[in-house]
Structure formats: structure tokens, C-alpha cells
Design a protein around this ligand. Sequence first.
Ligand code: HEM
Length: 386
Amino acid sequence: LLAWMDRLRQRGTVHHDASQQCWQVLGHPEASTVLAEHTIFSSDVGDLAPRSAEIELFQRGNFLRIDPPEHRRLRGLASRAFTPRTVTGLAPHIADITSELLDAIGDRGRIDLIDELAYPLPVIVIAELLGLPAGDRPMFRRWADLMFDRAATNPDEPLTRLAEANIRAVTPVVRDMNAYLLEHIRRARSHPGDDLTARLVQAEIDGQRLVDEEIVGFVGLLLLAGHITTTATLGNTVLTLDQHPWAAAEVRADADLLPAVIEESLRLRTPFPRLLRRTSRAAELGGSDIPAGSMVAVWLAAANRDERVFPDPDRFDPHRSPNPHLAFGHGIHFCLGAPLARLEARIALGLLLTRYRDIQVATDAPVEQRDPWTMVSLNKLPLDVR
Ligand code: HEM
């Protein structure tokens, strides 16, 4: 992915790509402009390829892909649950879950970080927030794997072709997920608990309640976005520390450095490497004229290595200040879960480093990556711990 992005960058920080049939945006200021100018660069890219009925249903409440004013209405409903203050209140609980997961490992010297900590922790937290049984997490993981593992991605194919293949591949998964979530929502209507789903079914906006079909994609978005990205961040940060033992030693000596280590890992191993937008009218960007109706690929992973903003961009430097990386996006769709993701990462990594005085990536078992064009994340991270 990095070599491919370098080749793209040589063609200009903003340029038209005939093989992908889109505009590629690789610079930091240009990416920030696209994400900030949501009236020109729409998040609704649903017309990229014909959608199946299942995906149509899922998209109704998936506000990641919805423009204002509807976006504001839906995001507003969830935002109270994710303010830094509300999230900070979850810290003791996150620490308890982490400790339980670490206790379950016992004295074993070999662990898989993803299976035993990085995956279960965020999924338990988000499932509890949504009132979903955390015991169903093997199923959530299967859904996420089927949705985000596109090992066959060809970066040089037109985006429309990729979107068609993607819709074919994920439709059966989305069908299962919709059915499961609809049942959960109906249960929340008949037996309301004290979770976010229960609050959503009761919420009124302008005197109107949300219908079940709007809540499906809303809860589904939070369920998926709420765990796989944090899983990615935990794995990516541990791998980065293994590759930079001096940083691991520094953070062990000074735990206050951990947040900066996490941010720098997010910059260099950006979980969502690319976001998509569609121009709703003609726009000028970085000296290029982009016609109305164009697809625009915003490479967060490339913007995060823009040397105009990050001197010596490929170097891992947790002392970088400021570190205005775009791993959580920018503008009105800025990641709603960023405070939660950061808190989970700080607590989990802090406790992991306290629990073990020595952590090494195993040399006799493979580290498995997802297809990096879809997500920069690990499926397996075997560790030797003492
Ligand atoms: C949006 C990344 C964790 C929920 C986004 C976006 C990015 C992102 C790049 C913007 C997408 C766009 O503009 O098209 C990440 C990363 C995470 C993370 C890197 C972990 C390190 C979470 C968590 C949750 C969450 C833990 C939920 C609890 C959301 C939601 C949106 C979003 C709901 C849509 C916001 C909107 O459209 O207004 N995330 N995310 N994310 N994220 Fe995250």
C-alpha cells in the first residue's frame, strides 16, 4: 500500500486516475478541505453501484453515509452517549474487562493479542452500550471479517467495479445482520432496558420517533465501527512498539507518553486508509478542476505522511507535536467514537505493559494482515510475553 501510494503521489497530490475512474487526493491540506466542505463533497456515494435491498435497508440509518440535514438529526441522537465526559465514566469498567481478559491468559508465555485482547475488549464494550449480548461476539467477528477482508482487492480497478463486487460479497452478511438487529430493536421496544438501543427507540426528534428501519443501520454502524477500528489500533500499536524497542522502553519508563504513542501509530498505520466522497458540484482543489458528480478518494494514510505537515513523515516519533493526523477523519463526520477508542487503547495498552515486563512479537508464527486497501489491521498477532 505504501509503495502504491508513493507512486500515486508522484502524479500529484490531487489528480484524476483513469484506471480507478476517480480523483485521488493524497495531500493533508487537500484531504482536510474535502472532508470539511461537506456541501461540495458528499458522503452519500450510494449511486456508485446498484445497491441490493439489504444494503438499502442498512444505509437508511447509517449516518456515516448521510449528508445534512438528516446527518445532524441522527448523529445528534448518538452524540450524548459518546462525549468525552460520558466516556470517561466507562474507564473503570474498561479496566475491569481488560484485567479479566488478561487474567484468562494466565501464565501462558504465548498469546495472540488479537484473539485474546484486541478483539474481545472493544466488542464487549460496544455490545454492552448497545444492549447486545456480548456472547454473540463470534458472530459479530464473522460479519466484520466478511465485510472488511477483501484479499482480492485490485487497487487499479475502477471504483464502480470494486463497489459492485463489494455489494455482491457483503449482501448475505448484511441480510443476516439486519435480521438480527431488527429482532434486537423489537425486543428493545417491548422490554426497554437502559442501553443506547432502548434510548433510540424512545427518542423523539421534532415530535417524531425513529422507525425500526432507521435504527438498523444506526446500531449496525456503531456495532461495526465501534470495535474493528479499536482492534486495529491495539494490534497496530503493539506491532509498532515491537519495531521501535526504544519507544517501548520510553513508554514503560513514562506512562504519560502512551497517548502520544497511540496517536503516532494511528498516523503511520491508519486503520481506514481511504474515505470516499462524491462532488455535488464542480470544485477547485489543489489546482485541479474537479467536475460535478466525480468520485473522490481521500487517502488518509497518504495525508498522514504528507511531509509539508509531518517532517520526516515515515519516521515513528511519539514526540511529534502537534500531530494533526486524520485517522479519525475531519469535519462533520469526524469519528464519533474517537474518545472511546482512545480511552480503550490507553487502558488496554497501559495494563498490558504493566502485566508483562517483556513483550515480543513471536518469530516462529506468522503475523497476519488484513487486505490493507480496505483496512490496515492485523488478524493475528502472536506474542511471546513474560
Ligand atoms: C466515523 C475512524 C473508532 C464510531 C469515523 C471516520 C473515521 C473513523 C475515519 C470518518 C468517516 C468519514 O468521514 O467518512 C475510526 C478509528 C477508530 C474509530 C481509526 C479507532 C481507533 C470508533 C468507535 C466508534 C466509532 C470506537 C463507536 C463507538 C464512528 C461513527 C462514525 C465514525 C458512528 C460516523 C460519524 C458521522 O458520520 O458523523 N471513524 N473510528 N468509531 N466512527 Fe470511528
